[in-house]
Design a protein around this ligand. Structure first.
Ligand SMILES: [Zn+2]
Length: 238
């Protein structure tokens, strides 16, 4: 199948998003961000197997909804690309996906505690994160989403949430654009830190669902402001 070339500006933005997520401590040498193809909704764009802090536009590859390369390449693929393919398949509203092992989220996944919106910046958490336990679907594994079946199970656990915790592994966050999903991945990690601190003090009064929705509409409507700051900080590689 012939896939049209994506907008070059989208490739640049996706490469920049990789470096922002590294600069903001959401990803380290591992983790990734993808975006749905702007001209072919049945495809998505994802870097080759490279540390996010080093990703350039020329590293971005095009995949189909089975997680296979749309155009042959001798570059290696990420093992966990099926996270992205199965979420795009299950959620037509999702335009961008971040998968990370950001540290403050891990304690929640292993205790079955939901991440809930502790302040207005994380209103996108709504009624809370969902939880995926790979052992329930696949028994004992290396914890990675390395095929379509595991990706499908993860997408099912995500449901209509914006964030799913993955027990003993990390988390995956979705959004309507690269800017929004980067914002959410950064503030999900901030929320996790604050929630851990607040829970140590006593019972926490979280934003309720209506407050969360109102706050999300306001803060995410201003996403261009933090994006410009984050982008300026990492600069250009190309
Ligand atoms: Zn992972």
């Amino acid at each position: 199948m012939n896939v049209p070339a994506p907008d070059p500006d989208l490739l640049q933005k996706l490469a920049l998003a990789n470096r922002i997520l590294y600069d903001q401590n959401v990803v380290d040498a591992f983790g990734h961000i993808s975006v749905r193809h702007d001209k072919s909704p049945g495809h998505f764009l994802l870097s080759c197997n490279r540390a996010p802090g080093l990703v350039r536009a020329s590293d971005i590859l095009t995949y189909d909804m089975e997680g296979d390369l749309a155009l042959a390449s001798d570059k290696r693929s990420y093992l966990e690309r099926f996270i992205h393919s199965e979420i795009y398949k299950a959620r037509p509203d999702v335009m961008a996906v971040v998968h990370s092992h950001s540290q403050s989220m891990i304690p929640f996944g292993v205790t079955g505690q939901r991440l809930r919106p502790i302040f207005h910046m994380s209103g996108f958490l709504g009624s809370g994160s969902s939880l995926f336990d790979i052992r329930e679907d696949a028994g004992n594994t290396d914890m990675l989403i390395r095929d379509t079946g595991l990706g499908r199970a993860l997408a099912k656990s995500l449901g209509q949430h914006n964030c799913v915790l993955m027990r003993g592994h990390g988390s995956t966050t979705v959004g309507e654009s690269i800017e929004i999903v980067v914002y959410r991945a950064i503030y999900a990690e901030v929320n996790a830190k604050l929630q851990l601190q607040a829970a140590a003090l006593g019972p926490v009064s979280f934003l309720n669902e209506e407050e969360a929705a109102l706050a999300a509409a306001t803060t995410e409507g201003q996403v261009a402001r933090p994006w410009a700051l984050w982008a300026e900080k990492v600069g250009s590689l190309d």
